[in-house]
Write a protein that binds this ligand. Structure first.
Ligand code: FES
Length: 93
């Protein structure tokens, strides 16, 4: 499980839910694009999406610690989706 912070690391706009065309997160403000893992693929953002620590509590419940933000991965991180940005459809320009 991964708990991504939907505040864009560029200038702080709220990132909408996953785009159903690219299956990426696409910021409507200035066009930054992130894979489903929050890794940056396009736009002016300085890094990937920030995230929150997660754990499983003693009761088996999934816990997201929203008080401790983890800085998103640096530009160039590509651990999963390496599709070419220019060759897939997008929800934003
Ligand atoms: S605030 Fe998201 S790209 Fe600028």
């Amino acid at each position: 499980m991964l708990a991504l912070y939907r505040k864009c690391p560029h200038l702080g706009c709220q990132i909408p839910p996953l785009c159903d065309k690219s299956h990426w997160f696409e910021c409507l403000c200035h066009g930054s694009k992130y894979t489903i893992l929050g890794e940056k693929r396009a736009g002016p953002a300085p890094r990937g999406m920030d995230r929150f620590p997660t754990s499983v509590g003693s009761d088996g419940q999934y816990v997201v610690s929203t008080g401790k933000k983890i800085t998103g991965p640096p530009i160039g991180t590509a651990t999963f989706d390496t599709r070419d940005t220019d060759k897939i459809p997008h929800c934003t320009g």
